[in-house]
Design a protein around this ligand. Structure first.
Ligand code: A3P
Length: 292
């Protein structure tokens, strides 16, 4: 919703909302005391980058493509693969039996310290930030936990200033990409998932050391397609009732495409974005296919 009054707090330079799912105490616990297990898999993203998609992909890969074992039709994604930085997530984690798949939007510098001395793995999904801005803008209309300006120009300004929950996208990707050569870190883009889901799933399997046969891969592809996920109550947030999103105002599974920013940005907004992007991403160690 847009008019909800919301209080924020800053935790080590990162913006969080002071409502039921975040607290400074819990973030401190997560950073300093949370015990990462060696067989944990972390699905890490900046919001609106394909988090929900990756939850489904990982649920299925880890269950050898078996829909029942993956619980994708029986357990909501946020319970299956909880956001470990939230207070609700912390409670949900207690119900999991390892190996765990956990989700997080945390930037690298406040991620659980115990990860960095563990054998746990991170899959980090990056998406074209222009599409993130648009996806977030629409999500702002249905989310009950987020605040988002109604005016797109203002929303864009906030993004460029880093005045978003979980902080600046630029800081997020710069922080995580430092892990690029770690054997426990794998990054992929939303656009790669779009262009070649089979190849992407196979690369993720390799990283995780999972060997899936052709039929298992087919099941992963089928069940993680946009159209199937859109109708899956355990993936589309309809099961969450009115605690997270108001689905009478729009759907969480909105378009599921790349390049929708072209339908939203004006030429001037795009040029302004590109100027700042070029400046902030200068010398970024990876080139994306949306970079010129
Ligand atoms: P759009 O708003 O552009 O449609 P997150 O899960 O990180 O919040 O990201 C949500 C975005 O991922 C939404 O983008 C949503 O439609 C898209 N998405 C979710 N599942 C998808 C799938 N199976 N294929 C493609 N896009 C998907």
């Amino acid at each position: 919703g847009r008019s909800k009054p919301m209080e924020f707090f800053n935790y080590k330079g990162v913006k969080f909302a002071k409502h039921m799912i975040f607290s400074e105490e819990n973030l401190h616990f997560v950073e300093n005391e949370f015990q990462v297990l060696d067989d944990d898999i972390y699905n890490v993203t900046y919001p609106k980058s394909g988090t929900t998609w990756m939850i489904e992909i990982l649920s299925l890969i880890c269950s050898n493509g078996d829909v029942a074992k993956a619980k994708i039709k029986t357990v909501p994604n946020y319970t299956r693969c909880p956001w470990y930085e939230s207070t609700i997530g912390m409670k949900q984690i207690e119900t999991l039996t390892p190996p765990r798949i956990l989700t997080s939007h945390l930037p690298c510098h406040i991620f659980a310290k115990s990860f960095f001395t563990s054998n746990a793995k991170i899959i980090y999904t990056i998406r074209n930030p222009k599409d993130i801005i648009v996806s977030w803008y629409h999500y702002g209309k249905i989310s009950l936990l987020l605040q988002c300006p109604e005016d797109f120009e203002e929303h864009l300004d906030c993004f460029l200033k880093g005045d978003f929950l979980y902080g600046s996208w630029f800081d997020h990707v710069w922080g995580w990409i430092q892990m690029k050569s770690s054997k426990n870190f794998f990054f992929i883009t939303y656009e790669e998932l779009q262009q070649d889901l089979r190849g992407s799933v196979m690369r993720i399997c390799d990283f995780l050391g999972k060997k899936l046969d052709e039929a298992a891969i087919d099941s992963v592809l089928e069940n993680t397609s946009f159209n199937i996920m859109k109708d899956n109550k355990m993936a589309n947030y309809s099961y969450a009732g009115k605690s997270a999103v108001d689905l009478s105002k729009g759907s969480f599974m909105r378009k599921g495409i790349s390049g929708d920013w072209k339908n939203q940005f004006t030429v001037a907004q795009s040029e302004r974005f590109d100027r700042i992007y070029r400046e902030k991403m200068k010398n970024f160690p990876v080139k994306f296919n949306w970079d010129e």
